[in-house]
Ligand binder design. Structure first.
Ligand SMILES: Cc1ncc(COP(=O)(O)O)c(C=O)c1O
Length: 512
């Protein structure tokens, strides 16, 4: 449970007012040690400054008002460094003057945005203690003896709270602009993301599946054509090929990296083959040099499926610029995720970028003039604005994933598990941390009982899905892919993990 500090608790801590200081300090240290956040209410900032300045003058009557004010500001600035600011939404101001204490009323309304079991208010004010059941003294909070969160597989709430002020700013900017589709935010994001990928062009689209589909359309790949895809991938890679009207032709993975095995590609090439889509699965780049060499010798396009690998490098080069074009997904759980759906096409080919720009917008460059039958698949302004904020933190968040992966690898080297293999030319970004074990289901169950969330990526390969029954693949056709699907388990991974990785490792060691 997070704690919101009322002004009187801020004074206990900053003044410091003995003896209350110690209990308040103990309460917030306990909250922070359990991975909970400590919040300050921004609507009370003037009251905090005023009361702290008065408190300073009470202890040091010789200090002038100006100096006391400066000391109060400095103290609060220092105190708030590791805290979060809770602000008021515009609706929360409605009707507050009809209540006996507008500031308290607004604070309660702001806190009520969070579920009751996620945030409480620490206060010594009897009036507030009587007004809401969520208010308690530091002593009452300590008596609750809150426990650390269980290690969630994925947590999309905690890391976004870190960015709340910037995300709120992005929302305001778009709201105030009154422009929601194909505007300045999308354009700026396209420039910034192309630069990040060390590529020339980026075109924002509605999602990752559309990104791949629109690339295929722009290359005029369609009915009668074949596209080589990994057997071991998420079904979206295949669906993009099917959307275009072409046929996906699966290839088994490399046993160690789980990515498409380049040595098996050539045997599947026919006169109908038009492209290869290597997937940088789980955040690990596919072995692109041999794939590009095969494609060059047969006149095929190489389209990277980079949905899971924002920021990964292959031989020092960023994914997204390694083939003819790349499709990215900004689904919320991705390394760079929007607060909704989003995607992008990245390429060094200006003609292709232009074609995708037209295709994503009804086949039109000029309003109401349609050159081709296009689609409606645009990255909207709001998602672009959020993505611009998050792109600035992508490297740091990827570094946190790398740190978690390092801990897993070093602590689990001797465990009876197949750990991820990283070739020396790869710099993965650990979208997922995937281990392999013959008794995967039993292991998953034991970890679940220990409060450790895991997932399976993926339980059924595309060729065995009813959706692809028409291709006529039966069980046993892709034995390695099938074995991987039976045995892989994704451990908790993400920028939220921090120290939370230790309970996961202890539980795994115990479960094996
Ligand atoms: C490998 C892969 N390709 C493509 C996609 C499609 O992305 P989106 O969900 O944004 O359509 C995903 C999404 O999960 C994916 O994992």
């Amino acid at each position: 449970m997070d704690v919101l500090l009322d002004v009187n608790i801020v004074l206990d801590l900053c003044a410091p007012r003995i003896p209350w200081h110690y209990q308040a300090q103990q309460a917030i240290v306990h909250a922070m040690q359990q991975g909970r956040r400590v919040w300050l209410y921004s609507g009370s900032v003037q009251t905090m400054i005023y009361t702290l300045q008065r408190e300073i003058q009470r202890f040091r009557p010789q200090v002038s008002l100006r100096v006391a004010m400066q000391l109060a500001l400095l103290t609060l600035d220092e105190f708030s460094q590791d805290k979060h600011w809770l602000s008021t939404l515009s609706t929360e101001g409605l009707g507050v003057f009809a209540t006996d204490d507008p500031e308290d009323e607004q604070l309660i309304r702001a806190m009520d945005r969070f579920p009751a079991n996620e945030m409480c208010l620490l206060t010594r004010d009897q009036k507030l203690l009587g007004k809401t059941t969520r208010a308690m003294t530091p002593e009452q909070f300590l008596a609750l003896n809150i426990k650390p969160r269980s290690t969630d597989f994925l947590d999309l709430k905690t890391p976004h709270i870190e960015l709340r002020p910037q995300l709120e700013g992005a929302f305001d900017q778009v709201l105030n602009s009154g422009w929601f589709i194909l505007g300045k935010e999308a354009e700026a994001f396209e420039h910034e993301f192309a630069a990040y990928c060390e590529a020339e062009h980026c075109v924002g689209v509605g999602n990752g599946l559309d990104a791949l589909h629109l690339i295929l359309r722009a290359y005029d790949i369609g009915p009668g054509d074949e596209v080589i895809v990994p057997a071991n991938t998420y079904i979206a890679t295949w669906l993009a090929v099917s959307y275009a009207g072409a046929t996906p032709v699966p290839v088994e993975p490399d046993e160690r990296t789980y990515n498409i095995d380049p040595s098996l590609i050539e045997a599947t090439i026919t006169p109908q083959t038009k492209a290869i889509i290597p997937v940088h699965l789980y955040g690990q780049p596919a072995d692109m040099d041999p794939i590009n060499a095969i494609a060059a010798s047969h006149g095929l396009k190489v389209i990277e499926d980079a949905a899971q690998s924002h920021g990964a490098r292959y031989k020092g080069r960023r994914v997204g610029s390694l083939g003819d074009a790349a499709g990215f997904s900004f689904y919320p759980g991705k390394n760079l995720g929007a607060l909704g759906d989003g995607g992008a096409v990245v390429t060094n080919n200006s003609e292709l970028a232009e074609k995708v720009r037209i295709l994503r917008n009804y086949g039109s460059q000029m309003k109401y003039h349609n050159e081709v039958k296009g689609f409606n698949s645009r990255l909207d302004e709001l998602q672009a604005a959020f993505l611009r904020v998050k792109l600035r933190h992508l490297d740091e968040w990827n570094a946190r994933r790398q740190q978690a992966a390092n801990v897993y690898i070093s602590q689990l080297t001797d465990a009876d598990l197949t750990l991820p293999f990283v070739p020396d030319w790869a710099e993965p970004v650990w979208h997922l941390f995937v281990v392999r074990h013959p008794q995967r289901d039993a292991l998953q169950k034991r970890l679940q009982q220990a409060g450790i969330g895991t997932m399976i990526h993926y339980p059924i390969p595309p060729q065995l899905q009813p959706a692809y029954a028409e291709l006529g693949f039966s069980e046993g056709a892709f034995p390695l892919t099938e074995a991987i699907h039976r045995e892989v388990l994704s451990l908790p991974m993400g920028p939220h993990l921090g120290g939370g990785i230790n309970p996961a490792i202890a539980a795994i060691q115990q479960a094996l």
